[in-house]
Design a protein around this ligand. Structure first.
Ligand code: ADP
Length: 475
């Protein structure tokens, strides 16, 4: 269960959340604790200041003999009881003048509660007698907050038990623990939700991929949302479309090849049988049978050659040998090679003499010219013209093969670059055409990085244009 993507995402989120919560709890607890101390210390400071004013007032009343010292001590003893804190006066020489802790308890305190001995732990030094101070003092196992304020004749100190100022962990921690727990629960729910939201579409993609691997190429996933997951869904669907298309292509390919091979094989087998079983009786019939067998064999050889060429080009098996090539010379030699089939059609090389060299595989470009020119000758009636020209176009060499032949209908124009596509299937096959000529041309031109396009008007003629790179000395 822990190996699943969903649980790992949820656990990672949870771990990060818990660590963040722990850190936050610790920091906030510290801050809260410090804040509580500051607030309490502030309260004690105010009481100490008030006390200092009271001491000044009461001492002047003693001086004016409105009350005696004992009356003043009683006043502060009650005051200390009210405040719940110990009150100590220091006289100008730094000695104890009154201590509420032992007042009324010990007979030996000369009536002012001061024990014989050192009170210095409750104040800093004689100099600091005149300062306002607040500090924590350890006495035995206990800690006290001593808040001192100067008075006219000395100083007064308010001694508070530190436990009433410093909050203990046990008072703060439960609040934070409860808050953290509540936050952790909310985060767990959110983490689980997000993990689920992320993994659910992944699950759908996985299921579709499994179905595809079993041969169901119709699989598409509906992944809504945003970001990478949606991108993944779109990429998967794109891939599925491509796989389905190439699977279909393969099926069509096998069907086409089988069909194109079956017809000549049937013819060959029929004529071979007639030669063997004696149906062909005289020499002229033997010759006729042998000629048909030879013709069909050549047709099959042509088909297999084309298939091999296409496969080699597609798979990159054909070594690509680019070098500077003169387009004009190449056109010239192609025209010369097809001169025997011109049959009353005028073929002209209109490539300018100063045309720059192309950077191409000579043999392949010659194949392109050969295929285009053969087609042009095939579909142009005697008396028609064919022109092969070239020009510079956007830094490339654009070659055009124009004829005044039959032209191609618009609905066929988009499809003639598909394998085995022939406009007139019967006629093409009769004349040995397999529908692989233009796909080979396209493959060769694209291998050069160029583009192939067609402009054709039925009944008036066609122009095939292709681009190949221009040679530059740096190439
Ligand atoms: P094929 O080897 O059968 O000629 P191609 O791929 O070379 O196959 O051509 C496909 C189809 O395109 C041909 O069947 C033909 O109908 C059409 N075609 C090609 N070139 C021309 C052209 N110059 N004029 C008219 N139709 C053409």
């Amino acid at each position: 269960m822990l190996a699943s993507f969903r649980s790992r995402v949820a656990l990672t989120n949870l771990a990060i959340t818990l660590i963040a919560l722990l850190v936050l709890t610790f920091v906030f607890t510290q801050l809260l604790r410090q804040h509580s101390i500051d607030v309490a210390q502030n309260g004690v400071s105010k009481s100490a200041s008030q006390l200092a004013r009271d001491v000044n007032r009461e001492q002047s009343r003693v001086r004016n003999k409105d009350i005696n010292a004992q009356g003043m001590y009683n006043y502060f003893w009650h005051d200390s009881k009210l405040l719940g804190n110990r009150v100590i006066f220091y006289s100008g020489n730094g000695l104890c003048g009154f201590d509420s802790k032992y007042y009324r308890r010990v007979a030996t305190t000369q009536g002012n509660g001061c024990l014989a001995g050192n009170y210095s732990q409750w104040r800093l030094s004689p100099i600091s007698l005149h300062r306002s101070l607040s500090r924590f003092v350890r006495s035995g196992s206990r800690t006290f907050l001593v808040t001192q304020r100067p008075t006219r004749e000395g100083a007064v100190a308010l001694v508070t038990d530190a436990s009433s100022v410093i909050p203990t962990w046990s008072t703060i921690a439960p609040v934070f623990l409860v808050a953290s727990l509540a936050a952790a629960i909310v985060f767990v729910l959110i983490a689980v939700y997000f993990a689920y939201a992320v993994s659910r579409p992944l699950g759908r993609v996985t299921a579709a991929a499994v179905a595809m691997s079993r041969g169901d190429y119709s699989q598409r996933v509906n992944v809504s949302g945003s970001g990478e997951i949606e991108e993944l869904g779109r990429s998967f669907n794109h891939m599925a479309t491509q796989v389905a298309a190439s699977h279909q292509l393969l099926k069509d390919f096998v069907a086409n090849v089988s069909h194109d091979l079956r017809t000549p094989l049937t013819i060959i087998s029929g004529y071979a049988d007639s030669l063997l079983d004696g149906t062909a009786r005289n020499e002229s019939e033997w010759r006729e049978g042998a000629a048909v067998i030879a013709g069909e064999a050549v047709r099959m050889q042509h088909l297999v050659d084309n298939l091999l060429q296409l496969t080699r080009l597609e798979s990159g098996l054909r070594k690509f040998d680019q070098k500077p090539v003169s387009v004009r010379s190449l056109v010239e030699s192609t025209i010369r090679r097809t001169a025997g089939t011109a049959d009353g059609r005028i073929v002209t090389n209109v490539v300018p003499e100063n045309m720059p060299l192309a950077w191409a595989d000579e043999e392949l470009v010659e194949r392109v010219l050969m295929n285009l020119l053969s087609n042009a000758l095939e579909y142009t009636p005697p008396g028609g013209t064919i022109e092969i020209g070239a020009r510079l176009h956007a830094g490339w060499i654009q070659v055009s093969v124009s004829d005044t032949g039959s032209g191609i209908r618009l609905e066929d124009q988009a499809r003639i670059f598909e394998r085995f596509y022939r406009v007139d299937k019967g006629r093409s096959r009769e004349s040995g055409h397999s529908g692989l000529g233009l796909p080979i041309v396209k493959e060769i031109i694209e291998a050069h990085g160029g583009a192939l396009d067609l402009e054709s008007t039925p009944g008036r003629g066609s122009t095939f244009r292709f681009t190949i790179p221009r040679f530059s000395p740096q190439t």
